[in-house]
Design a protein around this ligand. Structure first.
Ligand code: ZN
Length: 238
């Protein structure tokens, strides 16, 4: 059983296509939210996600903001500009799809959210102390989440010894929180798109990265009138 777990595409279709290619044939697709926001390809990204077979998908904070369900003032200025842009450019079928997404899913003893099991759309699990506080909010052995754009493994009983490495296949032996990083806007100073291959039967988790043509996304950002900062950061992964 091989599941492609991915998060935070953020309207970057070039990065997402590279991830789908690099993952190859898989049995299922699990998306941890934020399909839109920041980037120039909201409609294409929603189409690509929606048409995947055996898909499970939750909504993220940018998805919710695009639906008008959270106050845009809570976003920084440039993120908010991108949400306004996305609202203007998203087709009705894209909006409808975002609206259909739940905030939280549970499948085969695994909790799936965007931000945290406590506040699925908003919380950030950035550090070990925050992760430890989150264990009371889910009963399953594993919780998958994104939102920070940084790949991570947080075990309940031990502090992490080292950052998660690419191609490091980790055997899950205790309660943990897993973050596959971000497809379309990595923030760990590695500009390559991040994703994970997960086997819930073997209980293995493998972080992967794939390079994509950042320049073509930057070109589209420029042409679209979206904030240039969103293009700059893609080249360096911040
Ligand atoms: Zn995000």
């Amino acid at each position: 059983m091989k599941i492609l777990v991915f998060s935070d595409i953020h309207s970057n279709a070039t990065a997402f296509e590279a991830v789908l290619d690099a993952a190859g044939s898989v049995d299922a697709y699990w998306c941890l939210g934020d399909i839109v926001g920041y980037g120039p390809d909201p409609n294409e990204c929603i189409r690509l996600v929606r048409d995947l077979p055996n898909l499970m998908c939750v909504r993220g904070n940018h998805d919710a903001a695009t639906l008008g369900e959270v106050d845009q003032q809570t976003f920084n200025h440039e993120a908010s500009l991108a949400i306004t842009w996305t609202k203007r450019h998203l087709h009705a079928e894209g909006l409808e799809y975002l609206l259909s997404l739940p905030e939280k899913l549970e499948q085969d003893g695994i909790t799936i959210v965007h931000g945290s099991p406590h506040n699925p759309v908003w919380d950030y699990v950035m550090d070990y102390l925050t992760a430890v506080r989150m264990y009371q909010y889910f009963d399953t052995e594993i919780c998958l989440l994104g939102h920070t754009h940084v790949p991570a493994i947080w075990y309940e009983k031990e502090a992490p010894k080292a950052p998660v490495m690419e191609f490091q296949k980790v055997k899950i032996t205790e309660k943990c929180i897993l973050n596959p990083g971000s497809v379309g806007q990595p923030r760990d100073h590695d500009p390559r798109a991040a994703f994970a291959l997960f086997d819930p039967q073997e209980k293995t988790w493998e972080l992967r990265r794939v390079a994509y043509e950042v320049e073509s996304v930057q070109d589209r950002i420029k042409k679209s009138g979206l904030p240039w900062r969103h293009a700059m950061r893609l080249a360096e992964g911040w």
